[in-house]
Design a protein around this ligand. Structure first.
Ligand SMILES: Nc1ncnc2c1ncn2[C@@H]1O[C@H](COP(=O)(O)OP(=O)(O)OP(=O)(O)O)[C@@H](O)[C@H]1O
Ligand SMILES: [Mg+2]
Length: 333
């Protein structure tokens, strides 16, 4: 594995972005979580809509080639092109996959009609995809990931250091979120380390029943510091830079709200990882109606609690986006 995916603007071999002189790369925000059905697509749709309404030029990318449905949530019935065309090399220009939506400033890349035999692109193609997404003419690119910890999902999640982990307040989802964070961190580490021996120890640690008894990233850190002090320092740097954001969805009680804080402290105590609690969204039956109506909830019912909370998180995300929304003068969607 030669290419690294960490960081948003420094893919090795990527070279300067084509239009670097005139604009900066969009911010890439991956949204994952390990478990299926926790609300990733719903949240990407609605966060993207809020950001677009704020004037950012937003692209929402459906990264779920095996369960594409982002297009439906924004009211597109039959996408004419999709990421599957890119995976199959039928289309090399990612910008040609962009589809307008009924929401001004929001475009999507759908993921329909994937090849069932080989739905996921190989590693090289994934690196190319991330590089191409960074060249899109947009301010923010949100990536809706599939469930699980497939290497493709982890690669997409690592494209930015501020990926969002969506968690439902139920033990299975919490368990999967920990596995997801751990998998993302170990994969990031393995790519960041230069020494072959250290990478071998990380690969070993990825097996929870490894013979050295390395159970947590903190155990692993001590092991690596003893093995190679320069790599130990790199480990700590990688650990500090990795700041997943936790989002609890379908909250029904005060205890559910607190879950975000307890997961954050477990991450700190056992993983040595500083996660951020981005916020929560309550359970609301209107969410299902919005999906049925193929309209984002923040559009359908902007004053309901869930929509208000999503708006708050969108503003938090926007606060970190350097480029202010430019004046589009209504010229483009
Ligand atoms: N806050 C919420 N309140 C009520 N229902 C919700 C909420 N969030 C999501 N849902 C419902 O949960 C279901 C799953 O949501 P969604 O498709 O966004 O999950 P997902 O994580 O993208 O799933 P997958 O992993 O299969 O892609 C949908 O029917 C959606 O309407
Ligand atoms: Mg989904």
């Amino acid at each position: 594995m030669s290419a690294k995916l960490g960081g948003t603007t420094s893919l090795p071999g990527a070279g300067p972005p084509r239009a670097a002189a005139v604009r900066s790369s969009p911010r890439l925000i991956p949204v994952g979580g390990g478990k299926g059905g926790v609300g990733k697509t719903f949240l990407v749709t609605n966060l993207a809509t809020c950001l677009a309404r704020m004037g950012y030029r937003v692209v929402a990318v459906d990264g779920d080639l095996e369960g594409a449905n982002l297009h439906t949530c924004v009211g597109i019935q039959q996408p004419r092109v999709s990421l599957a065309d890119y995976v199959a090399h039928r289309e090399e220009d990612i910008a040609k996959l962009l589809l307008d939506t009924p929401i001004r400033n929001l475009r999507i890349i759908a993921a329909t009609r994937g090849n069932l035999a080989t739905p996921q692109p190989g590693h090289g193609r994934r690196v190319q995809l991330m590089r191409d997404l960074q060249r899109l003419d947009a301010d923010i690119v949100l990536l809706d990931l599939g469930a699980g910890t497939h290497p493709a999902v982890m690669d997409y999640f690592m494209v930015g250091e501020e990926g969002i982990v969506v968690i439902a307040p139920e033990p299975t989802s919490v368990e999967n979120a920990y596995s997801f964070i751990r998998a993302a961190f170990y994969r990031r580490l393995r790519l960041a380390m230069a020494s072959h021996d250290v990478r071998r120890v990380i690969t070993m640690a990825m097996d929870e029943r490894n013979e050295r008894g390395i159970r947590t990233p903190l155990d692993l850190m001590k092991e690596i510091q003893a093995l190679d002090s320069a790599e130990g320092r790199r480990f700590v740097d990688t650990m500090r830079a990795f700041r997943p954001r936790l989002l609890i969805n379908e909250v029904r009680s005060a205890d559910d709200v607190k879950l975000g804080f307890s997961i954050r402290s477990v991450c700190r105590r056992y993983f040595g990882i500083e996660a951020e609690y981005l916020g929560y969204v309550n359970h609301d039956d209107r969410v299902r109606r919005s999906v049925r109506d193929r309209r984002p909830l923040v559009d359908l019912d902007p004053s309901c609690d869930a929509a208000v909370y999503i708006g708050r998180m969108a503003r938090k995300l926007a606060a970190r986006t350097q480029a202010p929304p430019s004046d589009r003068g209504g010229a483009r969607r």
